[in-house]
Unconditional design. Structure first.
Length: 297
């Protein structure tokens, strides 16, 4: 399949199954920067080369959209997430290979097709210390896009990614394999809170994890304990953003900031993507979804 056509074919297949996405996706493709559009083409082509089809990718995307819509309806009615304990979602999501495969593939596509996710990724590419050397840790790499970008675009010599999901481990390893890098890279299935290492890390990433755990403060404290002097930490999370596996509800940006400070961090930089067409204040007041990223030191 010609790589110049794969985005169009994917979008057409998505729309054929979910016509409500037509105007949204057409508008999204008008605003995606050319370099990120090329990354999307490359991602789709890599998945096709692995033996996946356009239909599977489209189904994965639509599953994310439809499942998230169902959780949004629940949230608007009840003002809370459907679940609040890890064991309520673990078997259905993280340890369910079939569902997790759809979930991660769909989530990777939203990285490019949803403007809020795209903005967070652009912020990550901006703040990644590309000239710094040392060790890089990523907690919960998921589909592996941030992890592989860091490998390709920084001078860190040692990379480690840890996740509880077999599916995420497999997808991240596949993403790393496609790079053909000669850097020291390890991808391990491990409980992050139980990690023990001989040396700390110089840049630590934890994207879209805090809303998935019961005690996010403990995760932040663990990050701090693994940080070398002068290390920076990049986190992303969300407020009022229901999903099938979101269990910890942040209502405001201030709650996230306070949690980071309670863990012993100082917030160096912040980035917010409020609900489209609203201000940050309006999104918080109306409990609309907000995506956010922070650089901690």
């Amino acid at each position: 399949m010609n790589s110049s056509d794969v985005i169009e074919q994917l979008v057409d297949t998505i729309i054929s199954e979910n016509p409500r996405q037509k105007s949204f996706l057409e508008e999204s493709l008008k605003t995606i920067p050319s370099d990120e559009k090329n990354m999307l083409k490359e991602y789709i082509q890599n998945k096709l080369d692995e033996g996946r089809g356009i239909a599977e990718l489209a189904e994965s995307y639509n599953k994310i959209v439809n499942d998230t819509l169902g959780e949004q309806i629940y949230f608007r009615k009840n003002k809370k997430y459907r679940f609040s304990r890890f064991d309520e979602v673990a078997d259905a999501v993280y340890f369910n290979d079939e569902y997790m495969n759809f979930y991660m593939l769909g989530l990777a596509l939203t990285q490019f097709l949803w403007s809020n996710h795209r903005q967070l990724f652009e912020f990550f590419t901006e703040i990644l210390p590309k000239e710094r050397k040392g060790s890089y840790l990523e907690v919960g790499p998921g589909h592996g896009l941030h992890f592989t970008y860091a490998i390709s675009h920084s001078k860190f010599e040692h990379f480690l990614a840890v996740d509880l999901s077999d599916t995420s481990i497999r997808l991240t390893k596949e993403a790393v394999s496609s790079l053909g890098t000669d850097k020291e890279v390890h991808v391990k299935k491990q409980n992050f809170l139980e990690m023990e290492v001989d040396q700390g890390f110089d840049f630590l990433v934890m994207g879209e994890v805090l809303e998935h755990v019961e005690e996010p403060l403990e995760f932040l404290k663990k990050l701090k304990s693994l940080s070398n002097p002068g290390a920076k930490v990049f986190i992303t999370t969300c407020c009022n953003a229901p999903a099938v596996d979101h269990i910890y509800l942040f209502n405001t940006i201030g709650e996230v900031r306070s949690l980071c400070e309670s863990a012993g961090f100082e917030v160096e930089r912040e980035f917010y993507a409020p609900h489209p067409g609203t201000s940050l204040e309006d999104s918080e007041k109306r409990q609309l979804p907000i995506n956010l990223a922070m650089v901690l030191k």
